[in-house]
Design a protein around this ligand. Structure first.
Ligand SMILES: [Zn+2]
Ligand SMILES: [Zn+2]
Length: 137
C-alpha cells in the first residue's frame, strides 16, 4: 500500500514539474500542495531529489537563482529573461558537432549548463512596458 501511495506522490510531483517552467522545489511544492494539501514539503523535495538522482529530471543552476528542476533531459542551454526572470530552453543546433569536437580532444560531454541572457518572447511583445511583463508571471 505504501508503494502505491509513493507512486502517486511521484506522479503528482512529476505532473507539477512538467506543468511549471523550470520551477524551483518551492514552486513545485506550492503547486502540488495547492491541489493535495496533505503532501508535505519534505516529501516533494525528496521526490524531486530522487528524480534528479534517478535521471528523470535534471537540476538547473542558474546565476543568482535557487536550484530549478527541468523535465527536459536532452542537452540544452537556458535563456534567462532579464525582464521577468523567466527561463527558456535554448537548444544548441550544433550540439552534436560540439560534442564530436570535445570527443576528439578526449572529453566526453554528458550535458551542459549554459546560461544566456536576454528577453523572452512574452516580454519582447510588451517592450516598453516592462512592468506588465513582470506581472504576467
Ligand atoms: Zn520575460
Ligand atoms: Zn530547460
Amino acid at each position: 500500500m505504501g508503494a502505491v501511495r509513493h507512486t502517486k506522490q511521484k506522479q503528482m510531483v512529476y505532473d507539477a514539474l512538467r506543468a511549471l517552467d523550470h520551477p524551483t522545489a518551492t514552486e513545485v511544492y506550492e503547486r502540488v500542495h495547492g491541489e493535495h494539501p496533505t503532501i508535505s514539503r519534505g516529501t516533494v523535495f525528496r521526490v524531486l531529489n530522487g528524480f534528479a538522482e534517478g535521471g528523470q529530471a535534471r537540476r538547473v543552476t542558474l546565476f543568482g537563482s535557487d536550484t530549478r528542476y527541468d523535465h527536459t533531459l536532452a542537452p540544452h542551454a537556458h535563456g534567462r529573461c532579464r525582464v521577468c526572470g523567466g527561463v527558456s530552453d535554448v537548444f544548441l543546433p550544433d550540439f552534436s558537432a560540439l560534442s564530436a569536437e570535445a570527443k576528439s580532444a578526449g572529453f566526453c560531454i554528458e550535458g551542459c549548463e549554459v546560461e544566456f541572457y536576454g528577453v523572452c518572447a512574452a516580454c519582447a511583445k510588451t517592450t516598453g512596458n516592462m512592468r506588465q511583463g513582470a506581472n504576467e508571471r
